[in-house]
Design a protein. Structure first.
Length: 226
């Protein structure tokens, strides 16, 4: 008899404890507000695609969601038995530089097959200014191979720069993008880039909405008006 697949990968106990403690710190210190949390499906595989402006972004994303988020991290951090084991319990998995990320992608496929949430910082590197960068195609490839829906999310500080202590920060989740809406008939480079730009445009829209909430007019807004 086939084993029944879980609707949602269970949260690790250490992750749950860390999440509880970090909520007590991050929400007041970074004056965090979460918008659109109801857009996060409670069950099933999920890709969460976020912008990346600060080292603390994985923590901010993690404390904003009820479900556990699993992330890729550089392989060097896993070489120590204690630290490597701790990182895995906190939801990280290694990616080897120069390998093209094949092993990490396979682990991401396995996690999504187990109905987990995989977090992807779609730009691939941090933005020093807080502005959005050019998206990489890894998230689109994961979506194509697993057919998992994508939830766009943007972390925005009140001045549009990377989040800092005592500066208001909004973590805003958009509506899930079904795989079909990405319109990828194949995983060619052209189709992956097209889908990546679509995801990034949703993140950009969330950022614009958050900046408007802070009373900042996003760049380009109002252009073409007489």
């Amino acid at each position: 008899m086939a084993k029944k697949k879980r609707e949602c990968k269970r949260k690790m106990w250490l992750y749950a404890l860390g999440q509880f403690l970090l909520v007590l710190f991050y929400y007041p210190v970074f004056r965090m507000r979460v918008r659109g949390r109801e857009n996060i499906p409670r069950t099933g595989p999920l890709l969460v695609c976020c912008n990346h402006a600060a080292k603390r972004d994985p923590v901010m994303l993690g404390v904003s969601m009820r479900r556990q988020v699993f992330y890729m991290a550089k392989e060097e951090l896993f070489r120590g038995r204690f630290l490597g084991g701790l990182l895995r319990k906190l939801g990280a998995f290694p990616v080897l530089r120069g390998s093209g990320g094949a092993d990490a992608l396979q682990e991401a496929y396995d996690l999504l097959d187990d109905n987990a949430v995989v977090g992807v910082f779609i730009e691939g590197t941090r933005s020093k200014t807080g502005e959005l960068g050019r998206p990489k195609t890894g998230a689109a490839l994961l979506a194509y191979r697993t057919k998992a829906p994508v939830v766009p999310v943007c972390i925005t500080a009140e001045d549009g720069k990377p989040p800092r202590v005592f500066k208001r920060t909004i973590v805003k989740f958009g509506r899930p993008i079904p795989f079909e809406a990405l319109e990828m008939p194949d995983d060619s480079s052209m189709q992956l880039r097209k889908a990546s730009r679509k995801i990034m445009s949703e993140i950009a829209a969330l950022r614009a909405e958050s900046l408007e909430e802070f009373g900042i007019q996003p760049e380009g807004a109002g252009e073409g008006e007489n």
